[in-house]
Structures are given as structure tokens and as C-alpha cells.
Write a protein that binds this ligand. Sequence first.
Ligand code: URA
Length: 434
Amino acid sequence: MRSVDIILKKRDGGVLGPDEIEFFVHGVASGSLPDYQASALLMAILLRGMTPEETTNLTDAMIRSGSRLDLSDISGPKVDKHSTGGVGDKSSLVIAPIVAACGALVPMMSGRGLGHTGGTLDKLESIPGFRTNLSIPEMKASLAAVGCALIGQSSAIAPADKKLYALRDVTGTIESIPLISASIMSKKIAEGTDALVLDVKTGAGAFMKTHAEARALAESLVRIGKSFGVKTQAVITAMDWPIGRAVGNANEVIESIETLKGRGPVDLVEGSLDLAERMLVSAGVASDRAGAKALACRAIDSGSAVEKFKAIIERQGGDPRVVDDYSRLPKAPKEHVVTAPSGGFVTGLDAGLIGRASVMLGGGRDTAEDAIDPGVGIIVVATVGDAVQKGDAILRLHYRDAMRLQAALPLIEQGTHVGPVRRPAKDLIVDEVV
Ligand code: URA
């Protein structure tokens, strides 16, 4: 079999057989397929799509590129969540400790920043010392000891996704239902969870811009999860402007900790509780949503959720003192304030453009080799719906490099809108697929 023939077949709209998909995924994971051919096939898949059967075969081959964990020797229900990618979406950092504090086990395999969206691994790694590259025995030991393990793809688990994810980030091949489905579901099935709640984002800051696209992605994800025996459901949520007030890696860790201490912004709290409730019911820890909400709120109010986050940080080699002392987290030295050009209301903060601006500041990658700067980012001082006077701060940009700031500012300007009429509130939860 020749790689170029597989690329040509997909480029011309053909349907790939399981052996061809296996050949591609094996080549990616083993390193025998050069990045240029992998990227060409990714682009052909993005442009031509895949049938549901091809997508399932791709997921299956990506799972089998490493181990599928068997966590049955650790007693207790295992449940996880995953988002399809947002801006300011730090809900995994909030939900994992809450759900673990309520008694479910959370084996969470996440990704890095992808395109204009942030990634849980990059956020966690802004905590000094935090290791996301746990070995399988270390991951299982963490799960048994503190009820949670926050890890990334490795050479042992989902190695094909590790490579494809990094390539897609820098080759314009993210926004594809089959590629997103196989990426997410290969990680989630390989990590050994019993149940899964997916947060499928829709809107300006999401990969799926319309409700119809988000619904199609949600259906694809749920179909694959169920076909591999994982109890899966998806919620479709609005991603038009940044979630909460913080965008950028260390900034988002601080906002997550504040949320665990009971001081989170309303939208982040609402979205995180919705997902946590679904997880607790799905894991059988609570019999209904009301009971799950009571448990989750008690974990925040009693301090057990934030203590759980401390324990997770310590267990994974990080400095738990960051929880009480945010000055231990990286922070870019300079600040630029974006102000309201006139009085009125903030009517738009385009999450796609603001996410791209954060990447420009150094919070994301331009090439697969780039290191990110965990201390840069954006604080939303006035969000959509807030009243502002002329000259009031809307955004604070934390930056290190003036050239990067100059590249980010036009995106910010294009994405920030003030008008005379308050924009009506929008529902966060748009739809679900169960
Ligand atoms: N999250 C993932 O893990 N993969 C994607 O492709 C998108 C979001």
C-alpha cells in the first residue's frame, strides 16, 4: 500500500477502507509516515469528509495505536467530560475536582491549545512543576489516591492523536467533524472511562459555527461513544464570547481556583455545574440532577472541591501553594488596556477573534515546535451586556513582546463592539444529544 494512493483516493472523494485507515494511523503513530503526507491526508479528509463508518474505523485505529486502559481494578464509577474547544473555557479545571470531591473517579485525558482555543494541558502546565505526562501506573495510582488524573496523550495512550492533534493545530485542518470526533473519542475511550459528558460548543468562538453543525458533531460523538460501550451524552453550549473573565493559561488557572472557592463568574459556574450534574448522575453518584447539584454546590461551599484541586496538583508534581498565592503563577510583565470608544453597552466580544489575539500574544502555537507563554492573556473587564462609559476599560491584555501586542490589537479592535442598546441575554445551554 502507498500513502500517496490513499491521499489521492480521499482527495478525489473516495471512501477509505479499514485497512487504508489502519495503514495511515499506524504510519502516523510509528513515525514512518512523514508529516507532509499526514497533513495532506488530513486536509483531504477536512475537504471531502468521511462516512460514519470511516469515522468509527479512524477512531478505532487511533485507540489501537496505544493501550485501551482497563480501570476495573480501581473500584468506583469512572466518568469524564470533554469540550470541543472554546475561548476562556476552563471548565475542566473546575469540574474534575468537584466531581472527584463528590465521590466519582475522573480519569481525564485532555489536549493542548488547538487553533484559537485553549487547552487544558497548557493551562495545567502553567502551574509550576505540574506533570501531565504521567505513565500508566502513575495515572492509575493518582486515580486511586485522589480520585482524579489529569493527563495528555502519550506514546502509550492515544499516540496517534498526540501527533495528529499537533499537526492539525498548525495546518488548518481542525474544523472537521470526522477528525474532531476521532480525536476526542480515541482519547476518551482509550483512557478507560465508563461514562462521558461532551460539551459541544457552537458560535463565533467554536469550531462549529452553527447549531446544525454542532448538532451533527454531537450526534457523531455520541454514536461513536455508544458503539464502544461508553455511556455518552452531549450538551450543545453557546460559545459567542469568552467564558468567564479570563483568557490565557495562568489567568484561567486563577479563575478556575476562584470558582472552586465559590467566587466564579456566573456563566462559568452555570456551565460547569450543568456538566458536573450530568456526570454525577451518569456515574450513579446521584440519582437525579437536583441531588447532583446539591452535592456539587456542597463540595464548593465546604471547601472540599478546592482542597481536592490542591491534592491533584500535589499528586502530579505541581506546587499546591498556587491555590492560596496566585503570585506563584507566571504573569507577563506588561499590560495594555482596551477602552470603550463611547458610552453604552458592550454588544459583542467575538470569541474567535479574542482567542486568536491571545494566540498572537504568545498563548498558543504558530508551529508545532513553538513553546507557549503561560503568563500572557486577556482579562475581560466588561463583558457582553455590561454598561460602559467612554474610556472605561473593556479588556486588559497581559503581554511580554510589543510586536506580538501590535499583531493582536487589530483582532481585538475587530472583535470588540460597544453600542447604545443592551444585547438581550442568550441561553448558555442550547441543545442536547442523549
Ligand atoms: N478536542 C480534541 O481533543 N480534539 C479536537 O479535535 C477538538 C477538541
